[in-house]
Design a binder for this molecule. Structure first.
Ligand code: ZN
Length: 292
């Protein structure tokens, strides 16, 4: 069983006009990526996984952060799109809703998206959405998520977007969220890159807080270091498989897992245990998140 816990809902059923399909060098250092993927693109990329979680990010109703037009856009459309896609492929995809904590209709949208639309978790990007993860508005969302059994996946760590506040996505803040909401299942995306160690000390102390490995393999030295640190801190078992599709595919992410130790060749550096890496690929993440 392979579960991809981090993929982005295709906004387009069919290919959009060429002007919207531009490849962007922002998202990964080794190649350009397009965020204008279609339903068919997602279905094809997820052939190799058994289940995949899909979501996008609700834009800021205050208009403070520019809408990137593809992965970050307004409710209710962003949740309707995810629900429509999941309804077309229910055997494969599990949809997460997204909201903006400062939206005056945030609580109604959670009820609508988790109820009528059948979405089963929440995706938030505190840096992209420009909200304080320890603020009162965010805590109202976490409280309702805990009550409804909706796991929350946070974008964590760096972003190339100039006005996305890095500190709002620092994994150390999630420690306080987890202390306030100990039953809330949470996933810290991207192992909090480049603050993987800060991410690991948080997931180490909270039984229901996990991290996904997506979007790290483009930097092989920090990728190796992340898994080596995860081994030393004994949190390899808290790492979940995820790709961040369409930025990277699950196939690329799996292939990269087998190359983690390449940087140790010809050195005395310790190898990350291969069985620990293999276990990440086959982790039963849905059970851990209470989604079975
Ligand atoms: Zn993502």
């Amino acid at each position: 069983m392979i579960i991809d816990v981090h993929t982005h809902t295709p906004r387009h059923r069919t290919a959009p006009p060429a002007a919207e399909q531009k490849l962007d060098a922002l998202w990964r250092p080794d190649q350009k990526a397009s965020t204008a993927h279609t339903w068919d693109d997602s279905v094809a990329a997820m052939k190799m996984v058994d289940r995949a979680i899909v979501f996008n990010i609700a834009s800021d109703p205050r208009g403070d952060v520019p809408d990137d037009g593809q992965l970050i856009y307004a409710t209710p459309q962003v949740n309707d799109d995810t629900a429509a896609f999941v309804r077309a492929h229910p055997e494969k995809f599990i949809g997460f809703l997204t909201v903006h904590p400062h939206d005056p209709r945030v609580m109604e949208e959670i009820e609508r998206a988790a109820g009528d639309l059948g979405l089963r978790g929440i995706k938030l990007g505190p840096n992209y959405q420009h909200f304080d993860p320890l603020g009162e508005e965010a805590f109202r969302v976490f409280k309702r998520a805990e009550e409804l059994g909706l796991p929350v996946l946070f974008h964590q760590g760096t972003s190339p977007v100039q006005f996305a506040d890095l500190d709002f996505a620092h994994p150390r803040h999630i420690d306080r969220v987890a202390m306030a909401f100990p039953e809330l299942r949470m996933i810290l995306a991207h192992m909090g890159h480049p603050w993987q160690i800060d991410c690991f000390v948080v997931i180490r102390k909270h039984p229901h807080v996990y991290a996904d490995i997506s979007a790290n393999f483009y930097r092989p030295w920090s990728y190796y270091n992340a898994f080596q640190l995860a081994t030393e801190w004994n949190v390899l078992h808290k790492l979940l498989f995820g790709s961040d599709f369409p930025i990277a595919s699950p196939q690329e992410t799996m292939d990269a897992l087998w190359r983690v130790n390449d940087v140790t060749e010809g050195t005395k550096l310790p190898r990350v245990p291969e069985d620990g890496l293999e276990a990440i690929l086959h982790r039963d993440s849905l059970a851990l998140l209470g989604l079975e």
